[in-house]
Design a protein around this ligand. Structure first.
Ligand code: NAP
Length: 253
C-alpha cells in the first residue's frame, strides 16, 4: 500500500459515514491524506479511524461551506469527493414533484454548492481535484428510478461542465459511475430481489456485485497525481455491466 500517495493533502469526503464514502475516507487516510469526513449519520462517522476528522451535517445545509472553512483552519484543500446521495425511487408516472425535487436537492444542488466552495478554497493553493459519485443509472435508462437516474445524469453533466470551467485553474473534475455495489443502501435489496441479482450479477461480465473498496480505488486514482491529465471523465466501475449482456451458454436467446 502506498502510504504517501496523498501526503500533505487535505480531502473532504461527503457521505463518509457508510458504504462507499466510508471506504473512500478510510483508503485516502491510509494513503496519507488528512481526511475531513462529512455525514448526517454521527454513529457512522464514529466508526471511522481516529486519524479522520468528522463533521456531522446535512450536505444540503447552506451553512456547511462555512463550517468546513472553519474546520480547515487555513489548510489548503486539495480534494473534494462528492459522495453523499440518496437512492431508490419509482417510475416517472409514480414520482411526485416533491420527491423528484428531493433527489436534485441532495444529489445535485448540494454537490454544486460544495464544489463551488471547494473551488474557492483550491484556487488559493494553486489547484486541486473534485471527484463526483454518479451512477451507471446516469448513463443507461433505468426503469423505476426517475428522480435518482435523472439527478445522477445531472451529476455526470455537471462533472464535464465544471471540468471546462476550472481546468485552466489546475482544478480537475471527474466522476465515477458505480454499478451495483453492496452497501447499506443496497444490501437488503440485493438479498431480497432475485431479479436484481440476475440482472446485475448473472448478466454482467465479471459476474459479481461490486464492493465499496472497488469504487474507493477508482476514486483514489482519479484524485491522485497519477490522473494528472484526466479531467471531465466519468469512469464506470460496474464489472462491465453497461457494455452489454453476456448470457451463459444455454440461456434462452
Ligand atoms: P449509503 O451506504 O447509504 O451511504 C451514504 C451515506 O451518505 C449515508 O451515511 C447517508 O446517511 C449519507 N447521506 C445521504 N444523504 C445525506 C445528506 N443529505 N447529508 C449528509 N449525509 C447524507 O450509500 P452508498 O451505497 O455508499 O452510496 C454512496 C453514493 O454512491 C451515493 O451517491 C449513491 O447514489 C452512489 N451509488 C451507489 C451505488 C450502490 O449500488 N451502492 C451505485 C451507484 C451509485 P443516511 O444513512 O442518514 O442517509
Amino acid at each position: 500500500m502506498n502510504t504517501s500517495r496523498f501526503a500533505g493533502k487535505t480531502a473532504i469526503v461527503t457521505g463518509a459515514g457508510s458504504g462507499i464514502g466510508f471506504a473512500i475516507a478510510e483508503l485516502m487516510s491510509s494513503q496519507g491524506a488528512q481526511v475531513l469526513a462529512v455525514d448526517r449519520d454521527t454513529a457512522g462517522l464514529a466508526r471511522l479511524g481516529a486519524d479522520i476528522d468528522t463533521v456531522t451535517a446535512d450536505v444540503t445545509d447552506p451553512a456547511l461551506p462555512d463550517t468546513l472553512r472553519q474546520k480547515l483552519e487555513g489548510r489548503p484543500l486539495s480534494i473534494l469527493v462528492n459522495n453523499a446521495g440518496i437512492g431508490g425511487g419509482g417510475r416517472a408516472d409514480e414520482t411526485g414533484e416533491e420527491n423528484f425535487r428531493r433527489y436534485f436537492e441532495i444529489n445535485v444542488l448540494a454537490l454544486f454548492s460544495l464544489s463551488k466552495f471547494a473551488v474557492s478554497a483550491m484556487r488559493q493553493s494553486g489547484g486541486g481535484t473534485i471527484v463526483n459519485i454518479a451512477s451507471i443509472y446516469a448513463i443507461v435508462g433505468a426503469t423505476g428510478s426517475a428522480g435518482y437516474s435523472t439527478s445522477k445524469a445531472a451529476v455526470d453533466g455537471l462533472t464535464r461542465q465544471m471540468a471546462t470551467d476550472f481546468g485552466p485553474e489546475n482544478i480537475r473534475v471527474n466522476a465515477v459511475a458505480p454499478g451495483l455495489i453492496e452497501t447499506p443502501l443496497t444490501a437488503e435489496r440485493i438479498r431480497r430481489e432475485a431479479w436484481r441479482r440476475h440482472i446485475f450479477v448473472e448478466q454482467a461480465p465479471l459476474r459479481r456485485v461490486g464492493l465499496p473498496g472497488d469504487v474507493a480505488q477508482a476514486v483514489a486514482f482519479l484524485a491522485s497525481d497519477e490522473a494528472a491529465f484526466i479531467t471531465g471523465a466519468t469512469l464506470r466501475v460496474d464489472g462491465g455491466w453497461a457494455v452489454g449482456r453476456y448470457p451463459r451458454q444455454g440461456d434462452a436467446a
